[in-house]
Design a protein around this ligand. Structure first.
Ligand code: C2O
Ligand code: CU
Length: 487
């Protein structure tokens, strides 16, 4: 009940019972209207207390994606709890108003657990947002886009041919099999290939439903879109060619609206749209599309790899409809798109302690293992170049030039909202580069093959061990994740 929430008060919002819906006959349609977790509405400054009870038969935890919290509250895999155990999350919401989300983060099984339903939205509001005339109530619509595949019993299928538990167990096998394949020998199974390349389903679900549609009034809407897919990147556009009006990104509202012909939305990224149907006649139908694009997988296996992932019509980078909007009614009242949405206090780049020599993380593929600078995930290890000082501002540069296995990687840094300082495009980004929305606070940034992206961030309030990783969940589970420590 969001009305009862007040800043500064500890509130027992919700008891989270982790439950994977695979094999459950009641499956997809029933829980909260879908398999997804409940949407939490909170205020900046509010203290949350959430008791997490793990009713899975595997380790799990909760990561509050995008939130700035102490490291013990951040859902690091070293704090995953076993079956039947409890973990109490308690923290103050310090982030700006915006569209955040939560999901599990145990090492090796994040992809599987998110896939089977453990994810939900966490919407933060604050004083600045509340005085703005933005669409509210029925005009403020969350949209979670995910791709899934189904078996003959209409249950989710993860990793074709190898069963739902393959994400963790196949990691070692995949390394051997890929080694064999690249050595000129064997074949990769579906599960092994998924660990390397990511999962691509053949059915698009919006808020847990296939063939989703939304009936709207002739009124402006705030569409808060989360890409909750494990690995699929979307190139969002309205089918009739009208521009997308972007008002927010991962870390909240932009300073002013931005108009785009299309927007790239990689796994874990959020985009908020102002979608105004005031000038559409009742009966108008408008489809939100994902347009075709190239370059998210190239190199070793060429364009053929994209077509091999999922069915041919739903390959990575294919074109397909996401959901349909139908204008069904008049509305009373209207709203004007605000020219000024928020006031952003930018980090001064002059403050960066390593401005001239940024900390560089190169995405690597070596010894059949994803890594940053050649290192794969280790539970508590931190390398010398992964130590940062509290109360400093830094530039981090992510470089995606991993030759043979050139793939897109959405990079997420825990505990941070950062600014995209500079993006150098590569050949792989010609038909996506106009779709980046780099002008707001971000916690996840898409780095296409051949690209280098510089991020500006400040380490404040908390010391401790946090993560940075690729948010293609199969890549993350397969080791494209590292710790960094704030001291
Ligand atoms: Cu949304 Cu480390 O994750
Ligand atoms: Cu990746």
């Amino acid at each position: 009940n969001s009305a009862a929430l007040r800043p500064g008060l500890a509130t027992n919002v919700w008891s989270y019972r982790a439950r994977v819906l695979k094999g459950d006959p009641a499956s997809v349609q029933v829980l909260h209207g879908s398999y997804l977790g409940p949407t939490l509405h909170v205020q900046r400054g509010q203290k949350l207390r959430i008791d997490f009870l793990n009713q899975l038969d595997q380790a799990s935890n909760v990561h509050w994606h995008g939130l700035h919290v102490p490291d013990t509250m951040d859902g690091h895999p070293r704090f995953a709890i076993g079956p039947g155990e409890r973990y109490r999350y308690e923290f103050e919401v310090r982030n700006r108003a915006g569209t955040y989300w939560y999901h599990p983060h145990p090492h090796g099984q994040t992809g599987e657990q998110v896939y089977f339903g453990l994810a939900g939205l966490l919407l933060v509001s604050d004083d600045e947002e509340q005085v703005l005339q933005l669409p509210r109530g029925e005009y403020d619509v969350p949209i979670i886009i995910q791709d899934r595949s189904f078996d003959d019993d209409n249950q989710f299928r993860y990793l074709s041919g190898t069963g739902p538990a393959a994400a963790a167990s196949s990691a070692f096998g995949a390394r051997q099999a890929l080694g064999g394949m690249m050595g000129g020998g064997g074949m990769m199974s579906g599960g092994m290939m998924t660990s390397m390349m990511g999962f691509f389903g053949d059915t698009i679900l919006v808020n847990g439903r296939s063939d989703a549609s939304l009936e709207v009034a002739r009124h402006p809407y705030r569409l808060r879109i989360l890409n909750g897919s494990n690995s699929r990147i979307y190139k969002l556009a309205w089918q009739d060619g009208r521009p997308l009006t972007v008002i927010g990104t991962d870390g909240g509202l932009l300073e002013r609206p931005v108009h785009k012909n299309y927007v790239m939305l990689a796994p874990a990224e959020r985009i908020e749209l102002w979608a105004d149907f005031s000038n559409d006649d009742v009966g108008t139908k408008i489809t939100l599309m994902s347009l075709a694009f190239e370059g998210s997988m190239r190199g070793m296996m060429g364009g053929g790899m994209g077509r091999m992932m999922g069915t041919s019509s739903m390959a990575a980078g294919a074109q397909f409809p996401i959901f349909m909007i139908e204008v069904t009614r008049e509305s009373n009242g209207s709203l004007e798109l605000p020219e000024q949405l928020s006031k952003i206090t930018w980090l001064p780049v002059e403050d960066a302690v390593n401005r001239t020599a940024p900390r560089t993380f190169r995405i690597t593929m070596g010894h059949m293992q994803w890594g940053f600078n050649g290192r794969t995930f280790e539970m508590t290890a931190v390398a010398p170049d992964e130590l940062v000082k509290l109360n400093t501002t830094e530039v981090w540069e992510f470089v995606n030039d991993s030759g043979m296995m050139a793939m897109a990687h959405p990079i997420h840094v825990h505990d941070q909202q950062f600014q995209v300082l500079e993006r150098r495009n590569g050949k792989g980004s010609d038909d996506v580069r106009d779709g980046y929305v780099d002008q707001g606070w971000k916690d996840t940034v898409l780095v296409m093959p051949g690209e280098r992206v510089k991020l500006l961030m400040r380490f404040s309030d908390y010391t401790g061990l946090y993560l940075y990783h690729c948010h293609m969940l199969e890549h993350e589970d397969f080791g494209l994740m590292r710790n960094y420590r704030i001291v």
